[in-house]
Design a binder for this molecule. Structure first.
Ligand code: TNX
Length: 631
């Protein structure tokens, strides 16, 4: 018979409930209420009669570091469940988020109950209160402090399952879950800034972590373990069953991201918020916004107002463009932060600046305003690197964007400035790097900035297609770290196949397998895994014009890149990945998210699947939900 545990707050402190292993309440000292006995009988009957959970514990994307299924421990969410959480405000936010996620489809009220001591119950989120032993630094949340997390180089590429042995004793997070201990090793592992432990027993699901970010990732795992109908925006009669067992999980790399080019085509705030939701599902923790390019300047800068009023007025193909006000941008940043995603703003310099030059011809080498540009060529425009006015502009813009951005990064572009050569280019980059440092941020640039001198902490975003890149390897030897976005694997503006209706093919075709089959830890010759900060999937939007098209290009390839960034290399397995990924098709379909029914993936048969040609961009089947502007 499944164990009985109390869910009433009054009993929380009894018998040190925060230490009580789930499922081992001593009945001899308690008089369970009739309702509890009834619940126990119901659980037992359910266990005997119910079919197994439709999702397996190991079906999660990205693949968790450790999974131990227990088929006897499936859990079914009861209608009267509460989400229990401690008083930490960030943890409470995760609990609210979980409740918000589950309410529409289940139709259950799911109140959030804040408790000062941890208890048992159907849904419990626990922030580890225990400090690590002396000498073990407590990790800080990655989203707020990525450079220092990244500075702990051992997070980059070496955090595989086998490497946990040395951390035994560093803060036991496993004590309160009853679904079997993972052999001491995992139970004692450092969950770190983003890790979590999820234990499913017949009486409940407990997610524990060192940080709210870890709880958030654990919640996304729980979401995937529930039946696909959980994605429905209206109530569904379903058995909300979660497969039993324990997952202990944490990322391989601290930086996992996607880029949205909002310059070539502008995407409004609601679209960006929805993209953030897609990132959060797959534990991607950075959204890089390519805010400026030849075709449009998309972020308001008070000291240079014409950048947006003039420079934001068009886009590829001649549409009316658009831009984010400071308030819009802050809303994006807040929404992202609540989903543990850090926004990385990019101001592309010194090239890709035609839009800025239309607004301020004083920045142009010939001081003449060029016409607005609505084509798709690159490499023709640049701000004058020999003019002091240019550096006033750079300093003003970067200071304002830095002030709007809570995250640690400023991306300065640096790509394809074909007309600014040699010392003029490296001099410009070095001065701009110093300006970034002056704002207190850490600089990121496309890998073309490699020849410029090193700046403390600087990060190169590598988009090459040939891993033999001695100039970049040399910059890494001088101290740079890399974000990997190989053009022929991670560029999600590339077509899937020759008949993909939108996208480029200059870096080749990228089907799901190609997006998945590479190793960030060994990809660039001479760059060790510990110099790799992480991975990012850029989406350039010359040919991408709507949210449905964004989703079509992202899904299902974005989860492939997410898995490379999160999962231990030992979990890499295309055959298993395509099966795990297949289960996400019904989730996206239920949520009204457009995606490409890639023929490589064994999507479950669906009523309408045969009617959907694999090359067409489906229109979302339900009205797209505008995410609640919270936070
Ligand atoms: C190259 S990759 C670019 C972008 C284009 C993209 C199209 C890089 C840093 N620059 O300007 O949009 O190719 O795939």
């Amino acid at each position: 018979m499944p164990p009985i545990s109390s869910t009433s707050p009054e009993n929380d402190s009894a018998a040190g409930a925060d230490r009580e292993p789930l499922g081992q309440v001593d009945l001899s000292t308690q008089r369970p209420a009739a309702a509890e006995l009834a619940r126990a009988a119901e659980l037992t009957a359910g266990e005997l009669l119910a079919p197994p959970a439709p999702v397996r514990l190991g079906d999660v994307v990205p693949a968790p570091e450790q999974v131990r299924p227990d088929p006897t421990a499936d859990f079914t969410l009861p209608a009267d469940a509460a989400v229990r959480v401690g008083p930490d405000p960030d943890a409470r936010e995760v609990a609210e988020e979980l409740a918000e996620l589950l309410r529409p489809a289940t139709g259950y009220p799911l109140p959030v109950v804040v408790e000062t001591t941890a208890t048992d119950g159907p849904l419990v989120l626990t922030l580890a209160a225990a400090m690590p032993p002396a000498g073990v630094p407590r990790p800080r949340p990655a989203a707020e402090d990525a450079p220092s997390v990244a500075g702990a180089a051992d997070l980059g590429g070496t955090a595989d399952v086998g490497d946990l042995g040395g951390t035994a004793g560093a803060g036991d997070l496993g004590g309160t879950a009853g679904a079997g201990d993972l052999g001491g090793v995992a139970g004692a592992a450092e969950l770190g800034a983003e890790g979590y432990r999820l234990a499913v027993t017949p009486t409940g699901v407990r997610i524990s972590a060192d940080t709210a970010t870890g709880l958030f990732h654990g919640m996304q795992t729980l979401r995937q373990l529930l039946p696909a109908a959980v994605e429905s925006l209206s109530p569904v009669a379903a058995r909300w069953v979660v497969p039993g067992g324990v997952i202990v999980d944490r990322p391989r790399f601290p930086y996992r991201g996607a880029m949205l080019d909002v310059s070539r085509h502008f995407f409004g705030v609601a679209d960006v918020l929805r993209v953030i939701d897609h990132l959060a599902r797959y534990k991607l923790n950075h959204l890089h916004l390519h805010l400026t390019d030849d075709q449009g300047w998309r972020i308001a800068v008070d000291s240079w107002p014409a950048l947006t009023t003039v420079g934001g007025a068009t886009e590829v193909g001649g549409g009316s463009g658009g831009f984010y006000t400071g308030a819009d941008y802050r809303r994006i940043v807040r929404y992202a932060a609540r989903r543990h995603v850090t926004v990385v703003p990019e101001i592309d310099l010194p090239g890709h600046t035609n839009a800025a030059l239309t607004a301020y011809p004083e920045l142009a080498p010939d001081r003449v305003a060029p016409p607005p540009y609505t084509g798709t060529e690159v490499g023709f425009s640049y701000v004058d690197p020999a003019s002091e006015r240019t550096y006033d502009f750079v300093a003003d813009v970067l200071a304002e964007v830095a002030a709007l951005t809570p995250g640690p990064w400023l991306h300065i572009g640096g790509d394809e400035a074909f007309k600014v050569k040699g010392a003029a280019y490296t001099g410009f980059v070095e001065r701009t790097q110093r300006i970034v440092a002056g704002t207190g941020k850490t600089v990121i640039g496309w890998h073309q900035i490699a020849p410029a001198g090193h700046a403390e902490g600087r990060v190169l975003q590598w988009w090459g297609t040939d891993g033999a890149d001695p100039v970049v390897a040399e910059a890494v030897r001088r101290g740079a770290r890399l974000i990997l976005s190989p053009g022929n694997h991670a560029y999600l503006d590339m077509k899937y196949a020759p008949d993909t209706p939108i996208g480029h093919d200059w870096a080749g075709l990228i089907d799901v397998r190609r997006a998945y089959d590479w190793d960030p830890g060994t990809h660039v010759t001479g760059v060790p895994a510990d110099a790799v900060l992480g991975v990012e999937a850029p989406l350039w939007t010359e040919s991408v014009t709507t949210l449905a098209e964004v989703e079509f290009m992202f899904l299902p390839r974005l989860p492939a890149i997410a898995e490379l960034g999160w999962s231990p290399r030992s979990a890499h397995d295309w055959a298993r990945f395509r099966e795990r990924l297949a289960g996400h098709g019904p989730r996206w379909a239920t949520a009204g998210i457009a995606f490409h029914r890639a023929p490589e993936i064994p999507w479950p048969a669906e009523r309408d699947a045969a009617a959907t040609p694999t090359t067409a961009i489906p229109t979302p089947s339900t009205p797209t939900a505008t995410p609640t502007p919270t936070g």
